[in-house]
Design a protein around this ligand. Structure first.
Ligand SMILES: Cc1cc2nc3c(=O)[nH]c(=O)nc-3n(C[C@H](O)[C@H](O)[C@H](O)COP(=O)(O)O)c2cc1C
Length: 344
């Protein structure tokens, strides 16, 4: 039964951040459900990790690792918690989260509000089923940002199925400068040394707002430093053709208007990495057709957040169902066969 369309007007009557807080509280109360048996056709092995299906919850929804269990039970193939910074921080002044309903989009300038590494660690030490990645970042006032990422790797290496190095949030001033060639090389060298031989795979999450030269540089550094996968992309600071009331708020834009740009960047990175590195697509994915387009363009996995706001908790199951139909329609025996077909 599709109940979300019935309660959505009530949720949308609330301020967006309050609605999110209530959603997290409700999810925490959700009784444990059995996880549906995944269809083996959707299984993906990426960087040595077995993902039961390719549809993941993007970072930012579960910043403090409170609700990965219910989200996995709702049908996500994996959940990425965070961004977690070494020390707790309050983030930017409110309001800082806006629904752009006519555009099926969101603008946020949260600024890595989170309870810090120790709090997240405590929750991640509980036994769990399913794949949970931890997205790590730097504190706004840190004097040593690279040191913050190293602290994140050390704290989470034994608890995470994978780690994401997030250098692409537009809401921490200067953070995206770490995408520059020299800074990125220094950061990734330190992160990979901290991870060592036995730690989990390291994924790197990038902004969509990059020039062609940046893309080649980033791809070359990521390959040289043996990063395990790239996540493309975070939110954009551009404002492509918006109609909604909040369209000129500062921050990162996500949801439907990011779709074209994120797909374009995915194709750029597929080309720049020559298929050598697994890619994970995020940005404006709303349905099975969107997910399938990213997979054919070279993504092994996809992630989403904003579409959940508009379509509710059934979305992961809807998308995995649609993906299975699309694979059947095109005669693929498994999802893995469809990865990158467009680029081949
Ligand atoms: C409210 C909000 C908070 C976010 N916080 C984070 C974050 O803490 N770390 C991160 O890497 N990405 C964060 N993101 C970006 C998402 O993970 C994702 O990359 C982006 O929203 C594009 O996907 P979407 O269009 O499906 O939302 C956030 C997005 C939103 C909407």
């Amino acid at each position: 039964m599709a109940f979300y369309p019935l309660i959505r007007p009530l949720i949308f009557a609330l301020d967006a951040e309050r609605a999110h807080r209530l959603t997290i509280a409700a999810l925490k109360l959700m009784p444990a459900m059995s996880v549906q048996q995944p269809d083996p056709k959707l299984h993906m092995r990426v960087a040595g990790v077995d993902f039961p299906n390719p549809v993941g919850l993007a970072a930012g929804f579960d910043k403090n690792a409170d609700v990965f269990r219910p989200m996995l039970e709702l049908g996500f193939g994996f959940a990425e918690v965070g961004t977690v910074t070494p020390l707790p921080q309050a983030g930017n002044p409110k309001p800082r989260l806006f629904r752009l309903t006519e555009d099926r989009a969101v603008i946020n300038r949260m600024g890595f509000n989170n309870a810090g590494l120790d709090a997240a660690k405590a929750r991640l030490t509980q036994p769990r089923r399913g794949i949970v990645g931890v997205n790590i970042g730097a504190n706004k006032d840190s004097a040593d940002r690279i040191g913050d990422y190293v602290a994140g790797v050390r704290a989470m290496a034994k608890l995470a199925d994978y780690l994401t190095v997030n250098i692409s949030s537009p809401n921490t001033p200067g953070l995206r400068d770490l995408q520059g060639k020299a800074a990125l090389d220094e950061l990734l060298a330190a992160v990979m040394a901290a991870r060592g031989q036995s730690g989990p795979p390291i994924f790197l999450k990038l902004a969509p707002d990059l020039e062609p030269g940046d893309i080649d540089d980033i791809a070359a550094v990521a390959i040289r430093r043996k990063i395990d996968a790239l996540i493309i992309s975070n939110t954009t600071i551009t404002r492509p053709g918006l109609r909604s009331h909040h369209c000129s708020e500062a921050g990162g834009l996500s949801g439907a208007p990011l779709k074209g740009l994120a797909l374009e960047r995915l194709r750029d990175f597929r080309k720049a990495t020559g298929g050598e590195m697994p890619l994970i697509a995020a940005g404006g994915i709303e349905n099975g057709v969107d997910a399938y387009a990213r997979i054919k363009a070279g993504a092994s996995l996809v992630q989403l957040y904003s579409a959940l706001v508009y379509q509710g908790p059934e979305l992961a199951r809807l998308i995995t169902g649609e993906l299975l139909s699309l694979l059947d329609r095109d005669g693929f025996a498994s999802l893995a066969q469809a990865v990158g077909v467009e680029a081949r």
